[in-house]
Write a protein that binds this ligand. Sequence first.
Ligand code: NAI
Ligand code: MG
Length: 352
Amino acid sequence: MRDSFDILLLPGDGIGPEVVGAARGVMDLAAEHFGVKLRYEERKIGGEAIRDEGGPVSDETLEAARASDSVLLGAVGHPDFDDAPVRPEAGLLKLRKHLGAFANLRPVAAVPALLDASPLKKEVVSGVDVLIVRELTGGAYFGEKEEGDERASDLSVYTKEEIDRVARVAFDAAKRRKRRVTSVDKANVMATGRLWRKVVTEVSKDYPDVELDHVLVDAAAMHLVREPGRFDVMLTENLFGDILSDEAAMLPGSMGMLPSASLGEPGSPGIFEPVHGSAPDIAGQGKANPYAAILSAAMMFRHTLGRPDVAEAIEQGVSVALEAHFLTADLGGSKTTEQVAEAVGRWIGAGE
Ligand code: NAI
Ligand code: MG
């Protein structure tokens, strides 16, 4: 196991610096606990990069990302740039493309201490633990486009290779979980859906201990609110994954709880970031919920740094802090960002 890593921090805009600062504090304590050495470099992305460097992400920052072991990102975006020619979000898309981050992982788990925060019934949400694996660089978002007032089109293209590599990410993740992959497509009406289903079925032969089923995307959307507990790993293409992951994000009740990872080829640095945005309405007030950023740091240890032991210790700290009601305002509590991070740090590896 490696025990020394170079981490690029990209705090970004709004509450980004607050939640990344909180996550860094937790990472440092976890590293100390395990005798791991973390070296950080911090750079700009998003609105602050446009202001200070003339673009949403500089070439130097892209190179620093590629040279790092992993990237921890806060959030990008600010209303000041809503009508600007270059938007902060462009920095994030460029970074994902530069690192070839084709698989987006979003775990969504019900938190026993937070069941009341969910808009769904407690008995529906209780025990939910889904990992959505979304293909991130293909499909209708990246195909040939025709703009127009009378006619417009977005071409959705998938190759066997693109489906194969993201399917392997999902099956590998399932091996560490409940060993079930639900592949979501629209094979009854879409050619890309039929290829998707064929390739995923082929890949599944390399994972005999993982169970695979196929569900049409409309049915999947229904099951996700009716019986979310039936899913373990949910694998899907770009557009469907965008929609389903936001639907799933509502299960735990707050965006402030959800981490994500964007992964490329094995050995390439991943991008780890909370699902939420820069929350300009609460920026600079110490109110931001840092759990999503802290859990993103845990995913980094698991998925690219090869230290699942450190990831689990951080996740244990989070569980204990939540049970002890260290909750920010979005969760109905009154703790500050820093108080939550300190609590997680205190309970790192609790019960080991
Ligand atoms: P948002 O996620 O920033 O905020 C939505 C609501 O949730 C707000 O009321 C906010 O206060 C609250 N919230 C979000 N994260 C929170 C946290 N950690 N703790 C407590 N409350 C939290 O989404 P919104 O308002 O639509 O977008 C704001 C800016 O963020 C925009 O410029 C948008 O483009 C950008 N954005 C960036 C993303 C990214 O960097 N990956 C993702 C989504 C939006
Ligand atoms: Mg979305």
